[in-house]
Write a protein that binds this ligand. Structure first.
Ligand code: ACO
Length: 483
């Protein structure tokens, strides 16, 4: 789908965009040829609670909720959002439209999409959160830690829960017009922050259009989908010692994320590729971060805290943090000719190869089916990217040959995403924040869906400790050895 643009595309740009769609449709064809996408009846039929299931460690196999949002068929390797195949959404949709689909349960009309896109664009204007963020040492924090902080700051004065009467009267704590932070005692050694926010042509309405808002929580979701992109980009800027930027009116959310990060208008190809990446990462069943967000929401905490928890869970190297490690490993390997030796050593050291394996997929991850050929296409046109892609491709061959039959290990979404982001010159430390910019749509949709029939999550643990210990006063206890 065409994004709003102020100028016509050149022939070369049009051809590049067509090539992206072709690559995605070829990936779809290959997936359909190689896999049989029948749904698993036990995971797609009507639910009659309580559900019988066999639960393994890490809640493997546990059924925690019903959903109409998305379905991962792990044995066949397919991914569906609201009934639509991920390949079709990547080929024909946009991140904005996909977010609407996830949140509202159906594809929008032209008028609804125009309104929703404009609304998200307004939600990207969050200078207050940026300004608050800039008073923290963001450049010394891990980007995901800063993003979580920024998400929780975004909550400030934006949720109805903060309007409870027991809360002290909210004041403008940060004097945003001058660059000082009022304190009771004079601050020592503070760094002065200079805020440079450019106002673009949007007006900033008090509230979003009422027909898109079904609840205060839904408005929080719109704030989050627009806001996380701006905060993530702002964190990238601050880490480069630069000032955050506000979005441009004619770019999509993906394009604006890139613009606000780099300070340079992305090319149509970059904007489209980033859009595909955001669509691919938007939702993925009851993964660890989605579950974390849902658990927090189920206590009737609020959406900002829930999404902050999703960000925290996503930051780990076993989840969204893997794409950072992939690029580090590919750089450590250095060249395709070193792959065999590196992989032999990794096997000997029982080292897991980042970007491979998945709790649910026991087949090729459909997201990697898109990102692999996309990174090949980008590497074709970029000599600096070629060695990285060729190393990845050789490593994939070796790992798949060794582990696909025996352990059903294939590349996952994280294996090629870093190469795609590298083609846009993005710092590897920011890769997981891009994952969050996209996944916030799925987190919000799942949280909103769960809240419709909320029941607090409260599993139990099997106690394997001792029983009936006698309490001994501290001065009568024997000292542990070595103390
Ligand atoms: N490289 C080599 N072997 C692997 C890998 C890997 N990346 N992943 C799993 N295996 C092996 C394990 O060693 C284990 O072998 P064993 O049965 O002989 O002991 C077997 O496959 C099963 O692995 P588990 O770790 O038990 O699988 P689990 O479902 O618990 O973990 C996980 C899934 C965490 C994704 C795992 O595959 C992994 O650590 N991968 C690397 C990190 C990564 O890429 N994470 C991103 C996942 S996608 C996402 O979250 C967005």
């Amino acid at each position: 789908m065409e994004q709003t643009r102020t100028r016509k595309l050149t022939e070369k740009e049009r051809a590049e965009l067509d090539r992206v769609t072709e690559v995605i449709l070829q990936a779809k064809e290959k997936a359909y040829r190689e896999t049989d996408s029948e749904p698993e009846p036990e995971l797609t039929s009507a639910v009659d609670w309580p559900v019988q299931c066999t639960v393994g460690p890490g809640l493997e196999g546990a059924i925690a909720a019903e959903t109409k949002i998305g379905y991962v068929n792990g044995t066949k390797g397919s991914l569906i959002y609201r009934g639509y195949d991920i390949f079709d959404l990547c080929a024909h949709s946009t991140f904005e439209e996909t977010s609407y689909l996830l949140l509202h349960g159906r594809l929008p009309s032209t008028a609804e999409l125009t309104q929703f896109t404009a609304l998200l664009k307004r939600k990207m204007l969050i200078p207050r959160t940026h300004r608050l963020l800039m008073t923290f040492p963001v450049e010394e924090m891990l980007p995901m830690a800063a993003l979580r902080l920024g998400t929780n700051l975004m909550r400030q004065k934006q949720t109805f829960r903060d309007q409870d009467t027991f809360l002290a009267e909210a004041k403008d704590h940060i004097a945003t017009d001058d660059d000082s932070i009022p304190m009771e005692t004079p601050p020592k050694g503070e760094k002065r922050s200079v805020f440079e926010f450019i106002r673009h042509i949007f007006s900033r309405p008090e509230t979003a259009p009422s027909d898109l808002i079904s609840s205060e929580e839904m408005e929080s979701c719109y704030n989050l989908i627009g806001g996380v992109a701006s905060v993530a980009a702002g964190i990238g800027r601050i880490r480069q010692g630069r000032m955050p930027l506000e979005p441009l009116p004619d770019l999509s959310l993906a394009g604006n994320y890139l613009y606000m990060l780099t300070g340079r208008r992305p090319t149509p190809l970059e904007e489209r590729v980033m859009d595909v990446c955001l669509i691919l990462h938007a939702d993925h069943g009851m993964n660890a971060s989605t579950f974390a967000a849902m658990v927090v929401a189920s206590t009737l905490s609020d959406v900002y805290f829930a999404i902050g928890s999703g960000i925290a869970a996503l930051s780990g190297p076993l989840h969204g943090g893997a794409n950072v490690e992939v690029v580090q490993v590919l750089e450590e390997i250095g060249s395709p000719k070193n792959v065999t030796e590196w992989y032999k050593r990794a096997i000997k050291e029982h080292r897991k190869v980042p970007g491979f394996g998945h709790r649910v997929y026991k087949a090729y991850d459909p997201r990697a089916r898109v990102l692999g050929p996309l990174s090949a296409m980008l590497a074709e046109a970029d000599d600096n990217l070629k060695p990285l892609y060729e190393t990845a491709s050789k490593l994939e061959g070796e790992v798949v040959a060794a582990l696909s039959e025996k352990k059903k290990i294939f590349p996952n979404v994280d294996f090629y995403s870093g190469i795609v982001y590298r083609s846009m010159g993005i710092d590897p430390h920011l890769y997981t924040t891009i994952f969050a910019v996209s996944r916030v749509a799925g987190w919000c949709a799942r949280v909103m869906e769960y809240l419709e029939h909320n029941r607090i999550f409260r599993p139990r643990a099997i106690y394997t400790g001792t029983l009936n210990e006698q309490y001994v006063p501290i001065d009568q206890r024997s000292q542990p050895k070595g103390s």
